[in-house]
Design a protein around this ligand. Structure first.
Ligand SMILES: *Cc1c(COP(=O)(O)O)cnc(C)c1O
Length: 398
């Protein structure tokens, strides 16, 4: 089908929940994508931090084929071998003792919120409030949307579930002041993603952990975006020497096959006994076989090291653009989760980049976000910088 026909069909038949760019990709390899007209693009979005191994990674392709030929799905009425192996792999590589599998980030957060509620309920403690951070993003189901402390995401959906409390990120005093005897948990992205790649200040997450310990609260890390190598460690919390009680994963976990996971310490996950939570597709053979392959590949192919090295290179390159473009306020990031904060809107720059076949993302209004696959090399960054440089010359401050 031609691009114009795809666009016409989408506009006629698909719910208009997304503002889409007028392009339709039909093939990908590594950090490259091709549209219906055969034009090649450089991908610094990775399907929003999903295709961390790049497009059509041979191990991912092989895992999908291998599992499709065996069995795709049998339900959690029965044991599922790759699910058991993936759970072990995730627990061996993290603070966690057990994993609940679902199909998306929002679902993983929904599971985390239900677990927190039930954990205190079973202990006979009247704690149910959850504190989340301004500019956070936790998903679009009712609870995960309410956990998301952004006005624009709530508009028109009220009344929302109660008992979420919002505080500014990186503000320990506000956090302390928000806690009362009914507070159950603090839920936070170790590095805020949709909020504009906002990093925790030195000592902040350590302080949050201490507060949870002294107040008897659970700490939930939403690593849906940061997880699976994006920041140069398997999980972002490893940078900060702080472990959560509960963690959620999704996006990159199965490299583009839908999956979500909620991990917890033994004592906490014990609140989910048979019949308390479930998902038909959750942890099925295909998703978990592919996810196990993705996690093993990140380790086997040295992608964490690559992510750290090329991430530094990318940030240095972007910072180098600052002196010629005063509207660049700051370049920040961890690994290959990188942002360029501007004093002008980022969306028109993304449009211009697309015209030059470069995919980057705009978030939080004035933030250009770079989320290339973890397999990229310095020469890909050089190519991106050259394209971006040409685009930025067309923009002025104010
Ligand atoms: C994308 C994202 C989610 C939501 O994931 P979905 O799979 O879209 O439901 C939740 N939390 C964070 C941090 C995310 O980046």
């Amino acid at each position: 089908m031609r691009q114009a026909d795809v666009i016409a069909l989408t506009e006629r038949y698909v719910a208009s929940t997304y503002r889409r760019y007028p392009v339709c990709f039909v093939r990908g390899s590594g950090a490259r994508l091709w549209d219906t007209e055969g034009r090649e693009y450089l991908d610094f979005v990775s399907g929003l931090a999903v295709t961390n191994l790049g497009h059509s990674h041979p191990r991912v392709v092989e895992a999908i084929k291998r599992q499709a030929e065996r069995v795709l799905h049998t339900s959690n009425l029965y044991h599922i071998e790759p699910q058991a192996r993936l759970a072990r792999l995730l627990c061996e590589r993290s603070f966690a003792d057990r994993v609940f599998f679902c199909n998306s980030g929002a679902e993983a957060n929904e599971a985390a919120i239900k677990l927190v509620r039930r954990y205190f309920n079973l202990r006979g403690e009247n704690r149910y409030k959850i504190i989340t951070m301004e500019r956070s993003f936790h998903g679009r189901t009712f609870f995960s949307m309410t956990a998301t402390a952004q006005e624009k995401i709530h508009t028109g959906f009220g009344p929302l579930p109660e008992d979420f409390v919002y505080v500014p990120f990186n503000d320990v005093e506000a956090l302390k002041a928000a806690i009362d005897e009914e507070t159950a948990a603090i839920m936070v992205e170790p590095v805020q993603g949709e909020g504009g790649v906002r990093l925790p200040e030195e000592g902040y997450l350590e302080e949050v952990r201490k507060i949870c310990d002294s107040e008897g609260l659970l700490l939930v890390f939403d690593e849906v975006q940061t997880g699976v190598g994006r920041t140069g460690r398997m999980f972002a919390y490893e940078h900060y020497g702080v472990e959560p009680d509960v963690m959620t994963l999704a996006k990159a976990l199965a490299g583009g096959i839908p999956i979500g996971a909620m991990l917890a310490r033994e004592e906490v996950m014990a609140a989910f006994d048979p019949g308390t939570h479930a998902s038909t597709f959750g942890g099925n053979h295909l998703a978990t076989e592919v996810a196990a392959t993705v996690v093993e590949t990140v380790l086997k192919e040295g992608l964490l090291e690559n992510c750290q090295r090329v991430g530094e290179y990318l940030m240095a390159g972007l910072s180098g653009l600052k002196h010629s473009h005063p509207f660049i306020k700051e370049v920040r990031g961890r690994g290959l989760m990188v942002a360029m904060e501007l004093s002008i809107d980022a969306a028109p720059i993304v449009d211009e980049c697309l015209k030059r076949a470069l995919l980057v993302n705009a978030t939080a209004g004035r933030v250009l976000r770079f989320l290339p696959p973890l397999v990229i090399e310095e020469k890909d960054v050089d190519q991106m910088l050259e394209l971006l440089r040409a685009v930025l010359y067309g923009f002025k401050e104010g």
